[in-house]
Design a protein around this ligand. Structure first.
Ligand SMILES: Nc1ncnc2c1ncn2[C@@H]1O[C@H](COP(=O)(O)OP(=O)(O)O)[C@@H](O)[C@H]1O
Ligand SMILES: [Mg+2]
Length: 591
């Protein structure tokens, strides 16, 4: 399990292999130089103090300075390489994740809240970075140092060396247990952090409702619950992480005590030189540093792997991707057919749409009416292939939409919904993003057609006005008109209006309505609306109830039918404007 993870992490390092090898070589040299004080100490004592060798008195300090100059330079170079690579990796993994998530099917977002995704892209990738730097830098360097010191220990006095290190192998078992625990905590901790993220995101993006309903304390409690959980996990985590060093140190010192007593005796009897003894003791204490760190890396590496695991879990959702068709839908030209279309959300038992049969010819308007929850939005969502139909088929120009490349399918469609989605950018850019290669003229024309021009004139910065997060600095009607301008600019042959005017006051509604009429010219339109003026112009109206088409026909036809449509009409479910007053008269006459 861990092995495959390492292998995968290694894949990311492959493009940097020459640099990585260089860094590893540097690490090893740095580690080795770190052990150089040992022979130096031995020589200082035995040659300078005991034998009074004056030549050595000059050579040794110079050697020391030279070696540590090399060490300093290499350490710097090594850090430049390793951190350089690891930051490049972080950025590229983030970009990869972001792009990948954008390719995942719609359903993915129902199971993964935005806050959780932020946590993956930010925190988990950071953790992944620390794995790589740890492995390349600390692990290599400390291993080199530990091996170097072990070499000196055995070189100086192998019997003492055995006593000094005998405890370490016994530590491996408890520490691998701790390591496994840490991995579990890490998963838990990251999960909780993701919840914290989600709470922050929801709480502040819904600040208006939170304040209006006085939900601050509820939100605060939710936040405190998550952060309290985080605290608990972290405290447990600390208990395990921090036990490693003191435990090792203590056991190390016990064996050091034995060496001191035993070796000290041998120095007194003249069996071993003072220099050797002191060099040995220094090496022994120096060894605990890298060994402790290596054990700590060993324990912590599981945490890092947990981060990588979560990142890979998302990248592995590849197989869930919608298999795209190969055909290009260059330009929609004939008709759209729903053939016995049924649909069920995977999370639900019951069908949301059943046996929908309807054909819309080019340039026709299909109106969809029905109570809320009837399945209207789902109906048009299927056209965009946010979801695949559960059974039946949707055909465009005679071909199943699953045969088209998604991008080419969606290029033929424009969408205006009730909740307009605007970016925190200028009005100009919010319109421009309807068509990436639009000219200035085109954008201005679209803005005029949607009556955006009308309110932009009164703004200090005109089209360069920043509109705030999700367009909060605009009124509902203004937002809607920007969204319509964007759809006009897109100039797609198929237009979907999902309650595009329901949230508007009557004045802006008229403007929006007018803008919509501009938009609908020469287009095939699916319109979900509460507005009679839009509906009555439709070539066909379908009435949905519980996911089924219960009536269909023209406005006049349906009114004379005295069915559900007529009931809605009488209940004044449709907003009525002046133009339709006449029609109401007419229809009354008709009845
Ligand atoms: N993402 C979803 N997951 C599960 N059920 C959903 C989802 N979206 C909508 N539904 C359910 O499908 C039904 C139809 O929803 P929708 O098409 O939005 O209705 P309408 O637009 O007519 O108001 C509703 O009962 C709703 O609860
Ligand atoms: Mg809806």
């Amino acid at each position: 399990m861990s092995f495959t993870l390492y292998k995968r992490l290694f894949q990311y390092l492959k493009p940097y292999l020459p640099k990585v090898i260089l860094a590893i070589i540097f690490s090893i040299i740095v580690g080795a130089i770190s052990t150089s004080p040992i022979p130096i100490i031995q020589k200082t004592f035995d040659k300078i103090f005991v034998e009074k060798d004056l030549f050595m008195l000059k050579v040794i300090p110079l050697a020391l300075i030279g070696l540590f100059l090399v060490k300093g330079v290499l350490t710097y170079a090594q850090n430049l390489i390793i951190f350089g690579i690891s930051w490049e990796l972080v950025v590229s993994v983030r970009e990869k994740l972001f792009a990948h998530i954008h390719r995942l099917p719609f359903l993915f977002f129902e199971n993964n809240e935005t806050g959780h995704l932020i946590s993956r892209i930010i925190n988990d990738v950071n953790i992944m970075q620390s794995t790589i730097t740890r492995l390349m830098k600390e692990f290599m360097q400390n291993s080199a140092m530990a091996i170097g010191l072990l070499f000196w220990l055995f070189y100086l006095k192998w019997k003492w060396a055995i006593i000094a290190i005998i405890v370490f192998p016994f530590m491996a078992f408890p520490i691998s247990n701790i390591s496994r625990k840490l991995k579990k905590f890490s998963h838990k901790g990251q999960e909780i952090l993701a919840n914290v993220n989600s709470t922050i995101l929801e709480s502040f993006s819904g600040i208006k409702i939170v304040r209006a309903f006085g939900l601050e304390s509820v939100e605060r409690e939710k936040f405190e619950r998550h952060s309290g959980n985080f605290l608990k996990v972290m405290k447990k985590n600390v208990k395990y992480v921090e036990i490693v060093s003191p435990l090792l140190e203590f056991l190390g010192v016990v064996s050091a005590g034995v060496v001191l007593w035993y070796g000290g005796n041998q120095v007194l009897t003249g069996e071993v030189s003072q220099g050797t003894f002191i060099a040995f003791v220094v090496a022994m204490f120096m060894l605990y540093g890298p060994v402790r760190l290596l054990f700590k890396i060993y324990a912590n590496i599981q945490i890092s792997l947990a981060g990588a695991e979560r990142v890979f879990a998302i990248l592995d959702q590849e197989e869930e991707r919608m298999d795209e068709g190969k055909q290009e839908l260059v330009q929609f030209k004939d008709q759209i057919e729903f053939q016995k279309v049924s649909f069920r959300y995977p999370s639900r038992e019951t069908m949301v749409l059943s046996d929908i049969d309807v054909t819309v010819k080019k340039s026709e308007i299909l109106a969809i009416v029905g109570m809320s929850g009837a399945g209207k939005t789902t109906f048009v969502d299927l056209l965009f292939r946010y979801f695949n139909v559960t059974s039946g088929k949707i055909l465009i120009d005679g071909k199943d939409i699953r045969e088209y490349r998604l991008e080419s399918l969606r290029r033929n469609m424009a969408l205006v919904t009730q909740e307009t989605f605007l970016f925190n950018d200028t009005i100009w850019n919010n319109i421009a993003f309807g068509k990436t290669d639009a000219t200035k003229e085109e954008i201005l024309q679209a803005a005029k057609a949607a009556h955006v021009d009308f309110f932009v004139k009164h703004m200090d910065d005109g089209y360069d006005t920043m509109i705030g997060e999700r367009g909060v600095k605009l009124s509902g009607g203004q937002r809607q008109r920007v969204a319509i301008a964007r759809a006009i600019l897109r100039d797609a042959p198929i237009l979907v209006l999902d309650e595009a005017t329901s949230a508007l006051d009557s004045e802006s509604e008229k403007l929006v309505q007018d803008a919509l009429h501009h938009l609908m010219e020469h287009r095939t339109t699916f319109v979900i609306a509460h507005r009679l003026s839009t509906i009555q112009n439709a070539d066909r109206i379908i009435v949905l109830e519980k996911g089924q088409i219960v009536e269909s026909g023209t406005h006049e036809h349906l009114l004379s039918n005295s069915g559900l449509y007529q009931k809605y009409f009488e209940m004044q479910m449709f907003n009525v404007d002046e133009k339709s007053e006449d029609l109401k008269e007419i229809s009354k006459d008709a009845i």
